[in-house]
Design a protein. Structure first.
Length: 184
């Protein structure tokens, strides 16, 4: 018999971690930040057909100080990289990044000096979204995956351990420059 059975009806037990995560998950606001063609798909996700409003996320914030999600929609030029980083730094903590499309994730077909070969060289990325361009359904799926990630994230001392473990995993991963896709 646990403490739950002794409580009068109307009481609900949870942990601070779960409550904080649920609050973060249900209150994501994206920054207005479209860089190229992928941004058109991102914009249509906010319209009535795809309805980002179902998550309360339809208003893309014009100020990074009111946003905690950056959707990098499109290729990142070398000139734009410091601006992107500044916007990220000005966003409220805790914050998350979705890399939308192959260009943002790896430079895509723009394998040249003008384009950053993956936005993870500039900001930490939580979700990589494949496609050129990814459809709005794929973006919504990525947002739902992020929601799941936030729901299960650790906070406090547990968070520090989790970050260390993820860092180790990233260090032992095959570098993208060594990946050859189907040619491997
Ligand atoms: S992934 Fe395709 S749609 Fe998106 S920015 Fe690159 S070229 Fe444009």
């Amino acid at each position: 018999m646990g403490i739950e059975e002794k409580l009068p009806s109307g009481f609900l037990l949870t942990t601070v971690e779960k409550m904080a995560n649920e609050a973060h998950r249900a209150s994501l606001w994206p920054a207005t930040f479209g860089l190229a063609c992928c941004a058109i798909e991102m914009m249509s996700s906010g319209g009535p057909r795809y309805d980002l409003a179902r998550f309360g996320m339809e208003v893309f914030r014009a100020s990074p100080r009111q946003a905690d999600l950056m959707i990098v929609a499109g290729r990142v030029s070398q000139k734009m990289a410091p601006v992107l980083r500044q916007i990220y730094d000005q966003m409220a903590n805790p914050k998350w990044v979705i890399s939308m499309g192959v260009c943002a994730s790896s430079g895509g077909m723009f394998n040249n000096y003008a384009i950053v070969q993956g936005v993870d060289h500039v900001v930490p990325v939580d979700i990589y979204l494949p496609g050129c361009p990814p459809r709005p359904e794929m973006l919504i799926n990525a947002i739902m995956e992020l929601h799941e990630d936030i729901r299960n994230r650790k906070i406090g001392a547990h968070r520090r351990v989790e970050v260390g473990e993820r860092e180790q995993l990233a260090l032992t991963a095959v570098p993208t420059s060594d990946q050859r896709g189907l040619l491997q």
